[in-house]
Write a protein that binds this ligand. Structure first.
Ligand SMILES: Cc1ncc(COP(=O)(O)O)c(C=O)c1O
Length: 405
């Protein structure tokens, strides 16, 4: 069974740490792991302010608040994104204005320029799948129009662009530690404001926002700690039906969380966001961050294997290979993705269906989040034709996956 889309980063180190934390509830909210994570990030980013939250969406929300984005403002976001990004903009009362993508699956600088109005107050540069956006063009556009830039590094921890670390290019950035991200603590996120940011008091506001927030409930933390343990049981027995039964049962008992809450699909804000980042999850993050180089190396090697195998394939569209990209997923475009996905599924390979919607996941109410069908044709085309091959697999598994393409 290759099931790279369900909790892909988890190994026995994570399971052991979850078990250790489960029996130490006095350390669930505050503790030394959070201090460790803060130091880890501050050593790797330029001088600035860091804050930690219970998700990437909470981290983005805090940045928008610290930048004073409010009702009546517009924020440029790319289409071909997660509803969590649109929602953070909506939750401060502003309007997400969707920009079409270029051939890197990131914001198209030309379309971005067309969408700037007097109400535009910020630009969010997403580095989709860890593939850097055309940051130099987008940064000079932002400079020309005097717009602050927030980099969405939810897929791009540890990645560089022309030798410069992603997350340090703009005024601010945020990272996600969600279950399917570069490193995972099931939920979590960090915000960062660069010292070069000119917005008055933004760093102070970010610090205050983090300080004043509450921690998530004990039950919520318990749910997340259970996740790596549950998946260590579910994945090995998924093929024989036992794993799937455990998964469904735990979800029915509401003991496992979904990556998107149902109300978020129509732009609403669940009570769970924003909250502070609990120490229990920082302890999971610590285990993962110590493996970051190894995880990135594996993903890049896997992407190289896919690219070499597929570069001359007549029915597959590929991006040029980049050694700098983080390749959280390896995107290919084919005529009929469903055919390929279901063939792989029949053989026990769950390839997953990331970004098969212009605004992901399936079921998002486009009207509620302000996306007009037809307004970003390239993003819509990509969503209809993409398959994201998993990159957290060993070469033998990658070869099996390639046999389905
Ligand atoms: C590009 C992008 N940005 C932001 C987020 C939000 O991160 P989180 O799930 O940690 O809230 C996601 C979520 O998957 C994402 O794909």
């Amino acid at each position: 069974m290759i099931s790279p889309s369900l909790s892909p980063n988890t190994d026995y180190h994570d399971v052991l740490q979850s078990l250790r934390m489960l029996i130490s509830p006095t350390q669930w909210k505050e503790g030394s792991a959070l201090t460790w994570a803060r130091q880890w990030f501050s050593q790797r980013l330029a001088e600035g302010e860091l804050a930690f939250f219970n998700s990437g969406r909470s981290a983005l929300l805090a940045l928008l608040q610290a930048f004073g984005i409010k009702v009546g403002d517009e924020v440029l976001v790319q289409a071909f994104t997660c509803v969590a990004v649109s929602n953070s903009v909506l939750w401060v009362g502003a309007k997400p204005v969707y920009v079409d993508i270029d051939e890197t699956y990131n914001m198209d600088p030309k379309d971005a320029e067309n969408k700037i109005t007097k109400k535009t107050k910020a630009l969010i540069i997403q580095h989709t799948f860890g593939i850097p956006a055309q940051a130099d063009k987008l940064l000079s556009l932002a400079k020309k129009h005097n717009l602050p830039v927030i980099e969405d590094c939810a897929h791009a921890l540890g990645v560089a662009y022309h030798g410069k670390k992603l997350g340090t290019l703009g005024d601010a950035s945020f990272f996600s530690f969600g279950r399917d991200k570069v490193v995972s603590s099931v939920w979590g996120g960090a915000s960062y404001i660069n010292d070069k940011c000119q917005i008055p008091n933004a760093k102070w506001k970010l610090r205050e926002i983090e300080k004043k927030l509450q921690y998530p409930s004990f039950f919520w933390i318990f749910q997340q700690l259970l996740h790596p343990i549950a998946f260590s049981l579910i994945l090995p027995s998924y093929n024989i039906g036992v794993g799937k039964a455990i998964l469904v049962a735990l979800q029915k008992m509401k003991l496992l969380s979904f990556p998107v809450y149902p109300e978020e699909k129509s732009g609403q804000q669940p009570d769970e966001f924003p909250k502070r980042y609990p120490n229990a999850l920082a302890a999971l993050l610590k285990v993962q961050l110590t493996k970051l180089d190894q995880l990135l190396q594996q993903r890049r090697a896997c992407a190289q294997q896919y690219w070499t195998a597929l570069k001359s394939h007549p029915e597959v569209q590929l991006l040029p290979f980049s050694k700098e990209a983080g390749w959280l997923r390896f995107p290919i475009q084919v005529d009929d993705p469903e055919k390929l996905l279901s063939r792989a599924k029949q053989s026990g390979i769950l390839l997953g269906n990331w970004y098969h919607n212009t605004i992901d996941p399936t079921g998002v109410d486009y009207e509620a989040i302000g996306y007009k069908a037809g307004s970003c044709p390239k993003a819509e085309f990509a969503a209809r034709h993409i398959i994201n091959l998993p990159t957290n697999v060993i070469p033998e598994e990658a070869s099996i996956i390639l046999s389905y393409v």
